[in-house]
Design a binder for this molecule. Sequence first.
Ligand SMILES: Nc1nc2c(c(=O)[nH]1)N[C@H]1C(S)=C(S)[C@@H](COP(=O)(O)OP(=O)(O)OC[C@H]3O[C@@H](n4cnc5c(=O)[nH]c(N)nc54)[C@H](O)[C@@H]3O)O[C@H]1N2
Ligand SMILES: Nc1nc2c(c(=O)[nH]1)N[C@H]1C(S)=C(S)[C@@H](COP(=O)(O)OP(=O)(O)OC[C@H]3O[C@@H](n4cnc5c(=O)[nH]c(N)nc54)[C@H](O)[C@@H]3O)O[C@H]1N2
Ligand SMILES: [Mo]
Length: 720
Amino acid sequence: MTETAETLDNTISAGKTVIKGACPHDCPDTCAMLTTVQDGSAISVSGNADYPYTKGTLCGKVDKYLHRVYSPDRILYPLRQVGPKGCGRFQQISWDEALDEIAERFESIIADYGSEAILSCNYLGQQGILNGIASGDAFFNRLGASVSERTLCNSGTRTAYFMTFGATPGTDPEQFIHAKYIILWACNAISTNLHLWPIISEARKQGAKLVVIDPFQTRTAKQADWHISVRPGTDGALALGMMHVIIQQDLIDTDYVEKYTIGYEQLKARAREFPPERVAKITGVSVEDIIRLAQEYATAQPAVIRIGVALERQAGGGQAVRAICCLPALVGAWRHLGGGFLQVTNWAFPIQWNAIQRPDFIKPGTRVINLWQLGAALTGELELNPPIKSLFVYNCNPLVMIAEQEKIVAGLQRDDLFTIVSEQFMTDTADFADIVLPATTQIEQFDLMYSWGQLYLTANLPAIPPIGAAIPNAKLFRKLAARMGFEEEHFKLTDEELIQKAIDWSSPTLQGVDLELIKQQGFVKLHIDPTPHAAGNFATPSGKCEFFSSKALQGNFVMPFLRQGYTEMQSGEPLDPLPNYTPLRESCPSDPERASRYPLNLISAKSHAFINSCYGNLPKHKRMEGAPRVFIHPEDAAHRSIEHGQLVKVFNDRGAFEVIAHVGNEVQPGVVVASLGHWRKLSHSNSSLNAVASSVFADLGRAAAVSDTLVEVILARRNC
Ligand SMILES: Nc1nc2c(c(=O)[nH]1)N[C@H]1C(S)=C(S)[C@@H](COP(=O)(O)OP(=O)(O)OC[C@H]3O[C@@H](n4cnc5c(=O)[nH]c(N)nc54)[C@H](O)[C@@H]3O)O[C@H]1N2
Ligand SMILES: Nc1nc2c(c(=O)[nH]1)N[C@H]1C(S)=C(S)[C@@H](COP(=O)(O)OP(=O)(O)OC[C@H]3O[C@@H](n4cnc5c(=O)[nH]c(N)nc54)[C@H](O)[C@@H]3O)O[C@H]1N2
Ligand SMILES: [Mo]
């Protein structure tokens, strides 16, 4: 009997039950979670010790999950706004009243403006197949709403990855244990991918070297064998410089390149343009370090690269990812167990998203609105016809998480905008809602969880009944569909029926597995080849690793985190089929005037104690995170008479926010770093980082160049 089974028996006999679940958050780890229940209440959560990937540990955020579930601030009943928008004055109403009002307003908006005047704004607040990013798609598609293009995260990276490798999960993180050289490139794993860390630590005990490439000395960079502090937005040049050295010093795996790649000669010509001397000037990394990195990476096999998501948030971020993706094939790293490349693994999961999203319900020609442009869409700047008259927000907190915050505030303040927010907490966004709907937490609902950072399908069984009148997202959209009179069978399917349809049970990755087995065991690991590309076998049109991308020639295209079929291929200018380096957009010399007014480049980093903005309101998590800060180099601080610990204003012509200055060498001169997720209304200035961030698109995947943002920092007035 395993340890957990023993524990289970003991706890059941003591009048307690332990229910198998999974962390709901937008995080690569997707931990298996156990909830202990006594007399109908959850009394503790813990990691499932039987789960091979997370081995019984939860992070410091989710081990306090019950603070979320039982917080006195939970929204437990439907509410109607009674004060001016944004003041957060609400009165409790019944579900029937809420649904009636939504249906009546939708019907009148559709009659006056057409259904495209309605837009949903949703993301990964919950990550399950049922209640996650796609849970409302069938409803909104059937309604005829504008389609929201959700490129808030990972779309630039995914597009680049897809151009090079196709839809493949890459290297299984559990195989990192065999690696001898690990590069965490723009990835702060100790904060954002915690359960990869013990695997990396084990590999290091067995002799692996850990290199972190990041302009910021993160918790992870501090622990590395070698931290390479690159200038933001210059990684494309660094990767091309590495290639230059690898090719020049004949460190390529010629056999692998010949058999399993296409475009080597063109790539070689491109890399020739990036000698280390030029790359050193661009990146701020010394010539010696560029050469050493290239040599070590090429020769210390198995070598594996794990990239985070931050690269795509710079003007040339997509092509930088493309360049980094080319490295493993060049040196044959894919041949080895534990070698290769990891970005996101969810390509591996045999999920038939169309069964959940129902893109077939979309009326041909329905317009698509990108969520990074929410502010411009709501304020009328986009000159949409019809204008947006209703916004339905769920699994998302746009007022904190989407750039150009001031425009979003202005849009949400519109009296003629009917806003519905389904939430667990009264977020900054929910304050502006006309109707707020109560959402359940993970331990109150059923779901099946995939992962974007590992290879397990994990069951989440309800541990306690819904609290108050809260309901899961899947149920919310069934209720709305019924109230709108939608007759399609889809809207009558139960949770389990939907899951049965959504999974391709015949996939070789799930041989011998059915839903009952997953529920019983709590999880299954997909059957995936541990060296998926040892002999090529890429999922590209050529079946090879495409240094020269054939997809790029067909026109610009977008690969969002979850696509609804139709967004894949767009017409337009062909993309550069070879990886390249594009300088930052906002800084000199592209806009010298702007750069002189706002000389510092602001990077947004994920906070340690929150998941995006989740937990940003809970006292224990806030204490763990500390006050919102901006990291600034001592030279930049001295130049502005700023001292460590003082309140400063970070601003540009888009907006401003106030935080405490952390003066230190963690950042380079010219760069400032602030963490994301602090709530606007709990901040000094009633604004936060996205007040200044730009929502201009980067080069690939319509990711926004939010970290390609110039600002100035001054002492906040109240210091004077
Ligand atoms: N604790 C915690 N964990 C999380 C989240 C959270 O909010 N909090 N969010 C989850 C989500 S949604 C995501 S997408 C992932 C993101 O996971 P990560 O990608 O690891 O997180 P980020 O903090 O966005 O970026 C990682 C690092 O990239 C660096 N960086 C920024 N610009 C550049 C650049 O131009 N070049 C290089 N080389 N580095 C750069 C930043 O300084 C930062 O340290 O984390 C997930 N996990
Ligand atoms: N400037 C800048 N902006 C960024 C980023 C950046 O690095 N810089 N990062 C981007 C990234 S990587 C991401 S992933 C996005 C994240 O953007 P969001 O997905 O908007 O981030 P969250 O703050 O997690 O908001 C999710 C909300 O969903 C709610 N929620 C949780 N579970 C449920 C549920 O079951 N039902 C309902 N109805 N609601 C629920 C939570 O309470 C929370 O308020 O932000 C992007 N924005
Ligand atoms: Mo993300």
